[in-house]
Design a protein. Structure first.
Length: 127
């Protein structure tokens, strides 16, 4: 299970640190599994932003911080499947990343790995 740190563009077109998982499936399958993951594991509803981003607004993920945040997930088609990039924003210009809140950003890697496990487990149990 490989999750890597990448810099991606957020919904406003600004560079933001993310944790990115590369999955073997198409974008719509990945978007569906992310939506189900947030609903089943955290009872959180996500909203679509554009054609390739889902956002969970004003949520609290205790494993990352005691502060409320927006969690943005960008889905990008790649040759081998879909890159799923997770960004975590505490405020308008305050984001978890390598330079700000690095310990919280490191904890977010485990959150992303939890999604990857959920994604593949849910696919394999359907087969």
């Amino acid at each position: 299970m490989i999750v890597e740190q990448r810099t991606v563009k957020n919904e406003e077109g600004n560079d933001q640190n993310s944790w990115t998982a590369r999955l073997d499936d198409d974008m719509s399958t990945c978007m569906d599994s992310y939506e189900n993951f947030m609903k089943e594991k955290f009872r959180i509803k996500v909203e679509k932003e554009g054609k390739n981003m889902l956002i969970a607004e004003k949520i609290q993920l205790a494993q990352l911080t005691n502060l409320r945040m927006d969690q943005l997930t960008l889905f990008t088609t790649e040759a081998s499947g879909t890159a799923v990039s997770f960004m975590f924003s505490l405020g308008y210009d305050i984001h978890l990343g390598l330079d700000s809140y690095p310990d919280n950003f490191k904890s977010a890697e485990e959150f992303v790995k939890g999604y990857v496990r959920y994604h593949y487990e849910s696919l394999y149990t359907k087969v």
